[in-house]
Write a protein that binds this ligand. Structure first.
Ligand code: GSH
Length: 207
């Protein structure tokens, strides 16, 4: 049974797709155009009553919320592909902790100079905490790659790309090395190669 993912091009669905690639799970994508409001049609709301992407359909099973979906696949296929969960209960706890912490929420996206400056300062402080953590441990949740980073990939990509805030990453040595490590994974490169963000779409920053 091939997993269906709605829709490939936006940030939250990309978390799911990179997870499926890491786990070696076959999938197909169903386009949903946010600009045309296709996520608010009665048909789509039957799948995701809140009108957000992503949703997956796995046979008769439907699931939404990107982090719930990646947890689901990491558990369901624990021994297939990359293990994204850790082996001990403590490792698992740390993965969950860093899965919940997303620095994107610190960055306001309104085109207001004052808000942008304040948000950047806030984000800088969060990244300082990442820097401190990463100076002691290769990855945030320990020495192994995990679910926590899948969830960071799409937004950090926006940050260093369209938002032109790469300096926030590069001026922190350990954060910079961490970003190079996770963004150079073949799974993420594949996602970027396959699914381009539509030029019309302005990232809403909703996590
Ligand atoms: N917490 C949700 C957030 C989903 C979300 O914000 N998705 C965005 C695309 S990345 C969306 O559907 N936005 C549509 C809108 O804001 O109307 C998740 O992680 O799945």
């Amino acid at each position: 049974m091939v997993v269906k993912v709605y829709s490939p091009v936006y940030a939250c669905p990309k978390r799911v797709i990179v997870c499926l690639i890491e786990k070696g799970i076959e999938f197909e994508t169903v386009p949903v155009d946010l600009v045309k409001g296709e996520h608010k049609t009665p048909e789509y709301l039957k799948l995701q009553p809140f009108g957000f992407l992503p949703v997956i359909q796995d046979g008769d099973f439907t699931l939404y919320e990107s982090r719930a979906i990646i947890r689901y696949y990491a558990e369901k296929y624990k021994s297939q592909g990359t293990d994204l969960l850790g082996n001990t209960i403590e490792e698992r706890g740390l993965v969950e902790q860093w899965l919940e912490i997303l620095f994107s929420s610190a960055l306001g996206l309104l085109p207001d100079e004052k808000i942008i400056k304040e948000s950047e300062e806030k984000l800088g402080k969060v990244l300082d905490m990442y820097e401190e953590r990463l100076s002691k441990s290769k990855y945030l949740a320990g020495g192994f790659f995990s679910l926590a980073y899948l969830s960071h990939l799409p937004f950090t990509q926006y940050l260093v790309g369209p938002m032109q805030k790469e300096h926030l990453i590069r001026e922190r040595k350990h954060v910079s090395a961490w970003w190079d490590d996770i963004s150079n994974r073949p799974s993420w490169k594949k996602v970027l190669e396959l699914y381009k963000v539509p030029p019309k779409f302005k990232y809403a920053g909703v996590q």
